[in-house]
Design a protein around this ligand. Sequence first.
Ligand code: NAI
Ligand code: 15L
Length: 266
Amino acid sequence: MLKTLLLTGAAGGVGKAIRPLLREIAEKVVLSDMVDIADLASHETFVKCDLSIREEVDAAVAGVDGIIHLGGISVERPFELILKGNIEGVYNLYEAARHNGQPRIIFASSNHTIGFHRRDEKLDGNSSVRPDTLYGVSKCFGENLASFYFDKFGQETLSVRIGSLTAKPQNSRMLATWLSAQDFVSLCARGFEAPRLGNAVVYGASDNFESWWDNSHAAFLGWKPRDSSAKWRAEILAEAGKEDPTDPAHIYQGGGFTKLRHPADG
Ligand code: NAI
Ligand code: 15L
């Protein structure tokens, strides 16, 4: 059990979904975001923090013994925004951690680091990155920064390439990519509890019937997802109808992200 967990990006969709479950991990939770959060539970406090401002990140990180880093840009956006939130932001976080006792970091990476792999490929710990967006590239930066800070300074990180963390799967792609909030939190718990974490990268999906990802390289974590998209499978497949096999959104793991225009092109 952690004494104090920092949750960045706590005002976002994933933050809202996992907050009620974090009592399983930590006695106290420091929520942070660049937007205010008012509805605090008794074990929660709030620190306003723009990840692109180093001093604010330092203040948020001071005194915590674990971090779940959700904060930043979560979809494709102009590069200037991604630079602030996901490049400068993750750098500031790792610098703050380096100067504040190196608490373990769970980094919310994304399936969009590997989005240009085809759906008929099974990926594992040796698969290359194939980002599908500037956003995906920024998550690759975060994973690489974690690798460097481990090799150079011993900072431990679990990067979770989250598939789709939503209340329930919304389309046929999410039958493979869906990750429940509870399974994500149990994965974070394993990341904090593992006697030795090092720098690990795992795919974040529940125990779905459709599966593109093999986490056997991270078996040492002992993580067993309990939820599954299967209970919505029949309903979703009936609604999905016949999919166009030539549509990149159906060919690649990153789905529609692979078809997005460059943000600078409008
Ligand atoms: P979200 O966009 O709902 O939440 C992100 C939060 O970060 C927002 O509350 C926003 O205010 C905050 N933020 C953005 N820029 C910031 C900055 N410069 N300083 C401080 N705070 C900033 O995203 P969501 O869906 O909650 O995702 C959370 C994390 O998980 C993101 O890093 C996202 O990339 C990652 N992820 C999410 C997936 C999903 O299915 N929801 C899938 C894969 C990865
Ligand atoms: C992500 O990385 C995004 O943050 C989220 O909004 C979803 O689009 C998710 O991936 C997904 O691929 O479903």
